[in-house]
Design a protein around this ligand. Structure first.
Ligand SMILES: *Cc1c(COP(=O)(O)O)cnc(C)c1O
Length: 712
């Protein structure tokens, strides 16, 4: 679609600011607050109403408002400056030759991209609900970083028209899942086109029936992202719904989805004219792509073993799961039903085909996506040092003559996309104290040492302001919920502006132990209510709709939040998404993380918090053992696992209470200077920033992928 085609769908935008449309169709705006402000300023209420979605905004904004902006010199000045930055970014000299942006007049796809990155979810922005948690946020952050660094990467995934569910908590504390249809016309997506200008539709056989997927394109800065959807003619009604929602449906539906992701995804890239030299699997969901690459080679007359070797040399696998879980694997019977016409095309039989993905667990014969990915990749990593160690032990049986230390699974720790998660208020401070152009060096620890030069009162006053904004945000969310339920809250307002605020937001999987801090209710109440030293905790998070235990945790926390002694100090926020996450990681004072070690592969929310001067208090799991230095936050418990999970819970809860009572709270409230600045506390904030921001950034992470995996 060209810019002119697109304009047909929109109310006329004054020519002077017509490029608001270009900007809306490139997610570059999602990590540039000054670009978002170009829409926001025109109509702040509408901007909230359309949930920060520029495309919808432009469809719904009043002509009068646009005309007004187009005649406002100060608006135009900002407009010109943002657009100049955008153009410079898109055409900057270090840009490696990635395909032209979506809205330019003649998009040319080509042979230029070399790394294909496959993921079942991408968390780019709250207005595009095609992610569920950390795995997706990581993929979104990585794509943005690829764009910033000019790494020639092309990403492939799904466009779930109904996304992941929208969470509401009813009056009893039950999680209610609602699905809202995303209208493609309201999203920054356009149909993908082949070099010859045709729309891209691929066919994939699913248990004897041809199923078609159409590809859409999202431009993320300089990086293209192609997303498939099956809701098209002539698919059966059932298959049209196949990709409607993320992670819904039964095992067979998941298998069908993963076949489309892996096999359909390769076919999409081929139609577009891409010949990637490296294929990167973000988790095992996309591992069927290795079969399709093999099939291509075998169909050219290459024998099966050589095809396997070639494919292996081109594939990279990143695992995000600490333990092999049943939903990463499929029963052999089901796989047979879907693949019996496929394995002959690989020159294989049933037995050898199953052997590609055999898992040595004591379960029935199953086809493990992790085993498939390990077998057919040459480079594999876990997402923290601890996680990689756990993986080497779990999968050692696949490498019979190798000790677990030598199992070829290395570690590239996760990081976060700095510009997406940094509070604009702090960015200004960093601009001043880190020196101009610090973003160019954002993985350089020396540059970040300069954080020590920020005067304590300057940093503290920003931290306070950010907390106040967060409290206002939480109150508004809570107010809206009560209004919807037509109830009046028992305590109002909730939270205090100057109370020590602890944040806990994540998926409510059981191992994350969201209720750990409630083990000893009386002790907790005492901690929260000491005179002159109030403490409050803000919770948020979704449980998978089929996860009864996770939903039970939510109900429990919600019920606690109504109890005397906890009401007003414990809040459960609905609908944890990127927007809620952003408000919390920058607005609280401490970030709490209590997984049952070693189940947390990495975790990234604590990294986002540290970047904003919010230290973590965390179990030594995932990324934290690598980052904790005794001065940049707090470690709950010891670096060990327990045989008895209940004992582990008890021990960790005790350690957490002790830390809060004896270290965290006194440091926050006592030892304030004449200006009411807690200097010791601010030192921890600074240490958290300067130790975590450079290393746990996607800049460092993607450089690692490039030097260790992509460029060899
Ligand atoms: C960062 C983030 C996550 C992942 O954080 P964890 O620390 O792995 O739990 C999940 N969901 C959202 C919305 C996020 O922003």
């Amino acid at each position: 679609m060209t810019r002119l085609d697109l304009e047909l769908f929109f109310p006329p935008i004054p020519r002077r600011i017509a490029r608001l449309l270009d900007l809306a169709y490139n997610l570059w705006w999602s990590w540039h607050p000054e670009a978002q402000s170009l829409y926001w300023q025109i109509d702040p209420d509408l901007w909230e109403l359309v949930y920060h979605n520029p495309v919808r905004f432009l469809r719904e904004v009043r002509q009068r408002r646009l005309d007004h902006a187009a005649g406002n010199p100060s608006y135009l000045q900002q407009f010109d400056s943002v657009l100049a930055n955008f153009d410079a970014y898109m055409h900057s000299p270090e840009a490696l030759p990635v395909p032209a942006p979506a809205t330019s007049a003649s998009p040319t796809e080509g042979e230029t991209s070399t790394i294909a990155y496959f993921s079942a979810e991408f968390g780019l922005h709250e207005s595009l609900p095609i992610y569920s948690g950390g795995l997706g946020i990581l993929a979104g952050d990585l794509v943005k970083e690829a764009s910033d660094m000019g790494v020639p990467l092309v990403a492939v995934g799904f466009l779930y028209p109904q996304g992941y569910f929208y969470q509401q908590i009813d009056a009893e504390g039950q999680q209610q899942a609602a699905y809202q249809k995303v209208h493609f016309a309201d999203a920054p997506v356009i149909p993908a086109r082949t070099p010859a200008g045709h729309e891209v539709v691929v066919g994939v056989e699913l248990a004897g029936r041809m199923t078609y997927a159409k590809a859409y394109r999202i431009q993320v800065g300089r990086t293209p992202l192609f997303l498939m959807d099956t809701d098209i003619h002539p698919n059966s009604e059932q298959n049209r719904q196949l990709l409607a929602r993320l992670y819904s449906g039964d095992q067979e539906m998941r298998l069908a989805q993963e076949i489309i992701l892996g096999i359909g995804g390769v076919r999409v890239l081929r139609q577009l004219g891409f010949s990637p030299t490296t294929w990167h699997l973000n988790e095992g969901h996309a591992a069927f792509l290795v079969l399709e690459l093999m099939r291509e080679l075998v169909s050219q007359g290459i024998d099966t073993d050589r095809a396997m070797e070639t494919v292996r040399s081109q594939v990279i696998f990143t695992s995000h799961t600490p333990m092999p879980t049943p939903h990463d694997a499929f029963p052999a019977e089901l796989v047979k039903h879907y693949f019996w016409r496929y394995w002959p095309q690989l020159g294989m039989n049933y037995e050898s085909f199953l052997n590609l993905a055999r898992s040595d667990q004591n379960w029935e014969p199953i086809f493990s996506m992790t085993a498939l990915a390990l077998n057919l990749s040459s480079r594999c990593n876990g997402v923290s040092k601890l996680h990689s160690h756990v993986l080497r032990e779990k999968w050692q049986w696949m490498y019979p003559d190798t000790s677990s230390d030598d199992v070829p699974i290395t570690s590239i720790s996760n990081g976060v996309h700095t510009a997406s998660w940094l509070a604009p208020e702090l960015r200004q401070i960093y601009d001043t104290y880190l020196g101009a152009g610090w973003e160019t060096y954002l993985d350089d620890p020396d540059r970040w040492q300069r954080v020590a030069d920020i005067p304590n009162d300057v940093l503290w006053s920003v931290r306070r302001r950010l907390r106040h904004t967060m409290v206002a945000f939480v109150r508004e969310q809570v107010r809206q919920r009560y209004q919807r339920l037509e109830q009046t809250p028992a305590v109002w307002p909730v939270l205090e502006e100057d109370a020590l605020s602890i944040g806990f937001a994540r998926r409510f999987a059981s191992y994350k132990r969201a209720t750990l801090i409630f083990q000893d209710l009386e002790r907790l109440k005492a901690i929260l209510n000491r005179p002159g030293r109030p403490v409050q905790i803000i919770f948020a998070g979704k449980a998978h709709p089929a996860d009864e235990a996770g939903k039970q945790f939510i109900r429990a926390i919600y019920q606690f939040s109504l109890q005397p002694g906890l009401a007003g100090r414990i809040v459960f926020l609905e609908e944890y998404d990127i927007a809620v996450g952003r408000e919390l990681v920058k607005g609280v004072d401490v970030w709490l993380n209590t997984p049952r070690r070693p189940y947390e592969a990495s975790g990234t929310s604590g990294q986002k918090a540290c970047l904003n001067g919010v230290p973590t208090i965390s179990v030594l799991d995932g990324w934290w053992p690598e980052a904790f230095n005794g001065r940049n936050g707090w470690a709950i418990g010891e670096e060990r696992e327990f045989d008895d999970p209940e004992e582990q819970d008890r021990s960790d809860a005790q350690a957490l209470y002790h830390l809060l009572e004896h270290e965290v709270i006194p440091m926050f409230y006592d030892q304030r200077d004449d200006g009411d600045v807690p200097n010791a506390w601010v030192s921890v904030c600074k240490e958290a920033i300067l130790t975590v921001a450079p290393h746990f950034s996607t800049r460092r992470m993607l450089k690692d992928y490039v030097t260790q995996f992509y460029a060899i």
